[in-house]
Design a protein around this ligand. Structure first.
Ligand code: UDP
Ligand code: XDX
Length: 288
């Protein structure tokens, strides 16, 4: 695979939808589907959730109101609270990890369960991942869906407004942003945003997902490097921000660790790919 062209591989923070995306090289192209084939396509909302009993009911109810959604799936990632019961009561389909496996694992479980519920005679559902703490604002992820359903992009990522009470200094966000930029040529505004809508084809191309908190950074890099289209879409969301206290800083340290692990693995992969390409370019043509 050739390295992606800079910046224009991804929509550049469109106000209401994706910007134009250039043709992708044949070898990397995720086949665009005819618009007509998406007409009956539905959307599954997947909510990885660990100890979200206080907000999950509002999140589930709100997610059910997103147009085209016919399945809201909560993956209880080994919660120690009542998350699974509250989510089920609110109308979600709930599956549960018996022990905590991290956000990325919960996302993979969610996608696998949706695949089992996809009808064989219909297109695979589009996947909309959202966090469990959005509460009543979950419905405001709705603008992520049309660009994907209509085939304008493969991955739509929510851009959130500044969150009251957030205590971050932009260290993790900055590191993830720079890593994505250096590996793909595209500079995202919110590289860690977990609210993202994508096709089944794009999801499969992004697996195995990077572990834990590295999942968003890894997914964006992997999809862009394979020629998939990515856009950021503003969404008016509120989530439980991490504060500036010890708990918040520990959360950021874990995020930082997982982002670095995801990025380093992809740097190694990119370097190995470059070596392979240069070796095969130098090999003399074979004669019969
Ligand atoms: O081990 C974990 C940790 C978190 N989460 C879920 O992942 C989402 C994002 O987590 P959080 O809101 O804590 O992170 P933030 O995005 O605020 O950094 C939430 O729905 C969590 O419940 C999870 O499924 N497993
Ligand atoms: O925990 C946080 O405050 C930051 C990461 O910490 P930094 O601000 O980069 O030190 O990450 C959160 O905020 C981002 C920006 O709003 C979101 O995109 C992330 O999903 C959230 O984890």
């Amino acid at each position: 695979m050739t390295p992606p062209a800079p910046a224009d591989r991804a929509g550049d923070k469109p106000a209401t939808g994706p910007t134009d995306t250039p043709e992708r090289p044949e070898a990397e192209t995720a086949k665009p589907r005819a618009r007509g084939s998406r007409v009956r396509q539905r959307v599954a909302v997947i909510i990885p959730a660990k100890d979200e009993s206080r907000r999950i009911a509002a999140t589930v109810r709100s997610a059910k109101a997103i147009p085209h959604v016919d399945l809201v799936l909560v993956v209880d990632d080994g919660s120690e609270d009542n998350t699974q019961h509250v989510a089920r009561e609110a109308g979600a389909v709930v599956v549960r990890h018996s022990h905590n496996r991290g956000k990325a694992a919960a996302m993979e479980t969610g996608a696998a369960v949706v695949a089992m519920r996809d009808a064989p005679d219909r297109p695979a559902r589009v996947l909309l991942f959202i966090d469990g703490d959005l509460a009543e604002t979950a419905v405001n992820t709705a603008p992520l869906v049309p660009p994907v359903l209509e085939g304008h992009t493969d991955l739509a990522i929510a851009n959130l407004p500044p969150q009251p009470g957030a205590g971050g200094r932009g260290i993790v966000v900055g590191a993830a942003r720079r890593a994505i930029a250096s590996l793909t040529g595209w500079t995202p505004n919110q590289p860690l945003s977990g609210m993202r809508c994508l096709t089944r084809e794009a999801f499969e191309a992004a697996t195995p997902l990077a572990h834990g908190w590295g999942v968003e950074t890894g997914m964006t890099i992997d999809l862009l490097r394979q020629g998939f289209r990515v856009v950021e879409v503003p969404c008016d969301l509120r989530h439980r921000p991490s504060g500036g206290d010890l708990r918040g800083q520990l959360h950021r340290a874990a995020q930082y660790r997982d982002v670095q692990l995801a990025v380093n693995a992809r740097r190694v992969r990119a370097a190995a790919g470059a070596v392979r390409r240069s070796v095969s370019a130098k090999q003399p043509p074979t004669h019969r």
